[in-house]
Design a protein around this ligand. Structure first.
Ligand code: NAP
Length: 286
């Protein structure tokens, strides 16, 4: 079993420390607010003297600025930092240079589960950075989640993570709009739930006319967006009706209106006869 220091004891870092302790690793912990370490010290963790105390540092903080603030001007010679915090891909690339400049190596990651999912089946983390260094620590990191290595570019793990969060937040916000609108007509959220679940399932499925995650990926690969059966223009008009339905129900419409404007722009750009996927071309050229 190996030695690992967890830097950052929010809900994620605390769950990581507990999971690694339960898997038999020797864990040290560090947090800006020192009192958050107490429950972990009681479970057998050691107190790291500084945020750079250890050869393998797993960082989980609100942003990469927090890592700079925590490590300060400490040297990192020979150390491996695995940072699982959120930030922009460019900031991750800059952080890799910063860590290298102090003699260490940065592995970046985006962990795809909330705290209760850490160490559980189905948990996975996108990792990027030098693969040989990641491989040296794979056994320890596998206690947290499956390792999904996506490439050398330190920004890439975050881009995958953010791609997934974009789908998560935008589709679930639409689900919130849908539930709120129906509620004004007396339909309870749980009455609507089976229909919403059916849509989520079908969109992610492998076959069928509603398997749109796959349909759009294949169309984007081919850069061809057939619209004979259901043109974008028809869908832009339909989306306008959705916005009106929300307005009639007295709902907030910022996001649906933004979607409507995007569809209308793709139509105005001359591609209204193509299918929904043609919106990708407007997204690529703002
Ligand atoms: N929670 C989730 O479901 C989830 C899932 C996947 C990924 N993530 C990502 O995991 C990371 C951690 O998330 P979290 O939910 O545990 O909590 P969080 O609220 O994002 O981060 C809390 C941690 O950041 C530290 N921190 C904030 N500013 C700091 C600074 N300037 N210097 C030093 N430390 C600082 C806090 O220290 P103090 O205790 O001293 O304030 C605390 O340890 C985030 O990047 C988040 O996006 C979260």
């Amino acid at each position: 079993m190996s030695d690992v220091t967890i830097v950052g004891l929010g809900p994620m870092g605390s769950a990581m420390a507990e999971t690694l302790l339960a898997a038999g690793h020797r864990v040290k912990v560090w947090n800006r607010t020192a009192s958050k370490a107490e429950p972990l010290l009681a479970k057998g963790a050691g107190q790291a003297a500084t945020a750079a105390d250890g050869d393998l540092l797993v960082v989980s903080q609100i942003s990469y600025q927090a890592m700079y603030d925590s490590i300060g001007d400490a040297r990192l010679d020979g150390k491996v930092l695995v940072n699982l915090s959120s930030d922009s891909p460019e900031r991750l690339r800059a952080a890799a240079r910063w860590v290298a400049g102090r003699g260490g190596t940065l592995i970046t990651g985006g962990i795809m589960v909330p705290p209760p999912g850490i160490g559980q089946p189905g948990a996975y983390t996108f990792y990027s950075g030098p693969k040989d260094v990641l491989d040296q620590h794979a056994t320890t990191l596998e206690a947290l989640s499956e390792i999904t290595y996506v490439g050398e570019d330190e920004g890439l793990a975050m881009m995958y993570y953010q791609a997934q969060l974009l789908i998560f937040w935008s589709s679930l916000t639409s689900h919130m709009h849908a539930m709120a609108m129906l509620r004004t007509a007396g339909v309870s959220p749980l009455e609507f739930l089976p229909f919403a679940q059916e849509t989520f399932t079908q969109l992610g499925s492998d076959d069928g006319p509603m398997a749109y995650a796959k349909i759009l990926a294949e169309e984007f690969e081919a850069e061809t967006y057939p619209g004979e059966q259901n043109s974008l223009r028809m869908q832009a008009v339909g989306l306008g009706h959705v916005v009106e339905a929300l307005e009639e129900a007295g709902m907030e419409t910022t996001v649906p209106n933004a979607l409507k404007r995007l569809f209308e722009r793709a139509d105005a750009e001359g591609r209204g006869h193509e299918g929904l996927g043609t919106v990708i071309e407007s997204i690529r050229k703002p």
